[in-house]
Design a binder for this molecule. Structure first.
Ligand SMILES: Nc1ncnc2c1ncn2[C@@H]1O[C@H](COP(=O)(O)OP(=O)(O)OP(=O)(O)O)[C@@H](O)[C@H]1O
Length: 443
């Protein structure tokens, strides 16, 4: 696991608790927390020792259980006291009170992701402007708003910023879900015979936000349900906001009628930031964390960590934590030492299994299909992509690769490699998509 400050791990746990815990207790005990997940350690930050005692008494056991269930059995939960959290909470309370918002929110919206702390630059300015416009006039201009792009580039940040903006200023009823949670809720509703209630809850909102909509591709019942919800909301001009790791066209297992609807409003892609924007993001994050970062250290980080803002942020957090714990100042040698694994970009050995697993998950098929002999396009095409990726990213010979795909002949692998190469040459869009997939596999 790379060292990243990945809120999404914590958000999964917080979302689950939101379902289980009464709202007032959630606000009192869970909302004030911050967390990050590195090397299978979930570090939960709490505002004070007193708070920690209470949290452990009430929720310590459940936090452990959820961490194991959602992040893996070997996850360890650590707690850290961070007095700045209570200050942030006080500020937030003050804004909440002064805004006297009457919004109602269903789902976990991260109050830290706002437009104010989103750095606009090349790569994200279009998505940012579109999100701003939607926050100004929900349901009126771009509906749906569909943001897509690679990992850790700010999609979740932007849609949370829209939600926070709406909460601040009006009375929107907002439902915020991940594609996964929407699917799980539906499964649960089917099991409990409560699909009507499921439907109703979504059809009464003013704004429906679904993060990672790609999750529903290949899941027919979920797509069907989402299709009807989409129509019901769209018809009465309620805003729909979606994010995905790829464009509607690239969502191969998506129903055609959903794909066309996703294109009705605005489809905007977010690209990795350029060097200047990365420097600006670093400086903004350092300021927020109250850390001084020398120009040369910032430059080194921004020029070496190029494709993922979350990783850039993770590097800064790791540096700050090491500096605080060891009492050292952050200079270039210290940064090189602490971040040696991130900066040296050693060629990490990528296994065929890893490639097969990630490609299967990207295309929403079962990983077992990688070694099957099924020839339907939904299975055969991802399999060819995986074969191509194995050739590109490992040093294996064609027969060796074939043996990992259910004993296929080397000519089958060669055919796949040539086909994907030809497709990349023919279509710039496909070439972009393939580059994104390869980048995903290298992570
Ligand atoms: N332009 C930016 N300005 C400030 N912070 C940013 C910017 N872009 C990304 N970030 C930060 O990077 C981290 C990752 O962003 P986010 O979670 O929004 O990525 P994402 O595109 O939704 O990725 P994923 O597909 O993995 O969900 C967040 O902490 C976010 O605040």
């Amino acid at each position: 696991m790379t060292d990243t400050v990945d809120q999404s791990h914590w958000n999964m746990i917080a979302e689950k608790l939101m379902d289980e815990v009464p709202a007032s207790r959630f606000d009192a005990w869970i909302r004030p927390l911050a967390a990050h997940f590195d090397d299978q350690i979930l570090t939960i930050k709490v505002p004070s020792r007193f708070f920690l005692d209470g949290l452990k008494t009430h929720y310590g056991g459940r936090l452990n259980e959820l961490s194991h269930a959602l992040l893996g059995d070997d996850t360890q939960v650590h707690y850290e006291i961070d007095p700045t959290l209570s200050m942030r909470e006080e500020k937030k309370d003050a804004t909440a009170k002064s805004s006297s918002s009457s919004s109602s929110v269903d789902g976990f919206i991260d109050p830290r992701f706002t437009f104010e702390n989103f750095v606009v630059g090349s790569g994200n300015e279009f998505c940012h402007a579109a999100s701003r416009a939607v926050a100004d006039k929900p349901g009126e201009i771009y509906n749906p708003l569909y943001l897509y792009g690679g990992v850790g580039l700010g999609k979740t940040h932007l849609i949370n910023a829209v939600a926070n903006e709406l909460i601040k200023k009006d009375h929107s009823r907002i439902a915020y879900r991940t594609g996964e949670r929407f699917t799980n809720e539906l499964i649960q509703a089917i099991r409990n015979g409560s699909t009507d209630a499921f439907r109703n809850q979504y059809r009464q909102v003013d704004v429906l936000i679904i993060d990672d909509i790609q999750f529903i591709a290949g899941k027919d019942r979920t797509q069907e349900e989402f299709f009807h919800t989409f129509n019901a909301l769209h018809e009465i001009k309620k805003q729909i906001i979606l994010t995905s790791d790829r464009s509607p066209r690239e969502l191969t297992n998506l129903m055609e009628r959903l794909r066309s609807r996703f294109n009705w409003g605005l489809v905007a892609d977010i690209q990795p930031p350029d060097l200047e924007t990365r420097l600006a993001i670093l400086s903004s994050k350092a300021e927020l964390a109250g850390v001084h970062l020398d120009k040369d250290v910032a430059h080194m980080l921004a020029s070496r960590i190029t494709n993922n803002v979350r990783e850039l942020e993770g590097a800064l957090t790791r540096l700050t934590a090491h500096a605080t714990l060891t009492g050292r100042t952050i200079n270039i040698d210290f940064a090189r030492h602490v971040l040696r694994d991130l900066l040296h970009e050693e060629v990490r050995a990528i296994s065929v299994e890893d490639i097969q697993k990630k490609v299967a998950s990207y295309y929403n098929i079962n990983v077992r299909e990688m070694s099957s002999s099924k020839r339907t396009r939904t299975v055969a095409f991802p399999r060819q992509i995986a074969m191509y990726a194995c050739k590109d990213l490992t040093t294996m010979s064609l027969p060796e690769i074939g043996s990992h795909f259910g004993g296929k002949d080397h000519t089958t692998i060669l055919y796949a490699v040539r086909k994907i190469e030809a497709m990349r040459k023919e279509s710039d869009d496909f070439d972009d998509e393939m580059s994104r997939i390869l980048a995903l596999l290298k992570q």
